[in-house]
Design a binder for this molecule. Structure first.
Ligand SMILES: NC(=O)c1ccc[n+]([C@@H]2O[C@H](COP(=O)([O-])OP(=O)(O)OC[C@H]3O[C@@H](n4cnc5c(N)ncnc54)[C@H](OP(=O)(O)O)[C@@H]3O)[C@@H](O)[C@H]2O)c1
Length: 304
């Protein structure tokens, strides 16, 4: 497994595990998924305080605990949302320094760690007091509570601000050949910022299950694609490479992204690991064919 080093010296496995959709109701399956991921060389685990209102962090921390002596792994989590865990309710967006500094204590405790490897702002708007938020992340780093920080955002104006005014090491965005809106943003990123690509299999659309997922989850199309257009795009992508997951990973590999893939079962993880191991080397001709098969898109909103 290739590792990608962040500017703060932290190594993330190129294929990382998105923990949002883990089957928390089945703690044995969740533990099997995490154990198998480590065994396959996946050493970065992405969660957030908001996922299942704190329960996701608890489950991930618990499952990883018993592997601590055997593997070096990193955990990324996120903050910025206020929620009521008892009522299982999101209250609202709050990127203030006081909230972030309180949230980190809760995340450390739920994860059972003394330091968070990668702490990310879970969104953000241009109206936020961004300097206050950045100050809070810098303070947490100084205090040794976090090793590195980043943002999860798809808003060009927010991204531009953080590029100029913060020392983020990562930017998380939904990114795959079909949702290729990040392509335009890549050019304006500081060279020491690593992209974390979430949604690499687009909820299963870029997998062996594409036909079923297309009918079940994308009956109305998605983004600028109608359902028939999506159908055609999947067919054209399959002509470039028959394993759509491997194709998406190879596309993201070409763009030096860390792939943050979510799974809800062990069999999905097994299939994704196989695809990672079968990832093709893409020629310029392949890349051109991918771009011919998809629509080149950009984020239209949040630009000023
Ligand atoms: N704003 C943010 O910061 C943000 C937002 C979203 C996600 N994330 C993070 O990014 C991670 C990944 O994002 P994502 O879950 O949206 O995207 P994803 O990884 O592309 O999709 C995960 C889902 O795709 C399906 N899937 C995965 N592997 C499959 C396979 N081999 N065959 C068929 N279906 C498969 C599963 O859906 P089913 O469960 O329906 O079978 C799985 O739950 C999340 O786990 C989370 O950690 C962050």
């Amino acid at each position: 497994m290739k590792n990608i080093q962040l500017k703060d010296g932290i190594n993330l496995s190129e294929l990382s595990l998105g923990c949002m959709n883990l089957p928390l109701g089945d703690s044995n399956e969740t533990k099997r998924i995490i154990g198998r991921a480590l065994e396959a060389g996946i050493t970065h685990f992405d969660t957030a305080d908001l996922y299942q209102f704190g329960e996701n962090e608890k489950a991930v921390g618990e499952a990883l605990e018993k592997f601590r002596g055997d593997y070096n792994f990193t955990i990324g989590t996120k903050a910025g949302n206020e929620f009521d865990a008892a009522r299982q309710e999101k209250i609202g967006w709050n990127p203030s320094a006081s909230h972030i500094k309180e949230a980190v204590k809760q995340s450390l405790s739920r994860l059972g760690v003394e330091e968070i490897d990668l702490y990310q702002l879970h969104g953000g708007t241009i109206e936020d007091n961004k300097d206050e938020t950045i100050g809070a992340f810098e303070d947490l780093k100084q205090e040794g509570l976090i090793r590195s920080y980043g943002i999860s955002s798809i808003r060009p104006n927010v991204i531009d601000y953080y590029m100029e005014h913060s020392s983020i090491s990562t930017l998380m965005m939904q990114f795959n050949p079909i949702d290729n809106r990040p392509l335009e943003i890549l050019d304006s990123l500081n060279s020491d910022v690593t992209v974390l690509a979430r949604g690499p299999v687009m909820k299963g659309l870029l997998s062996d299950n594409a036909d079923k997922v297309l009918e079940n989850k994308f009956a109305d199309g998605v983004l600028e694609y109608s359902h028939p257009e999506l159908h055609q795009t999947i067919r054209s992508l399959r002509e470039v490479h028959s394993d759509l997951t491997a194709l998406s990973y190879a596309f993201l590999h070409h763009h030096n992204a860390v792939v943050v893939n979510g799974v809800s079962s062990l069999s999905q993880l097994e299939s994704n690991i196989d695809s990672y191991n079968r990832m093709p080397e893409l020629s310029q001709d392949d890349l051109d064919k991918i771009m011919d098969a998809v629509k080149l898109m950009k984020y239209e909103a949040h630009r000023k």
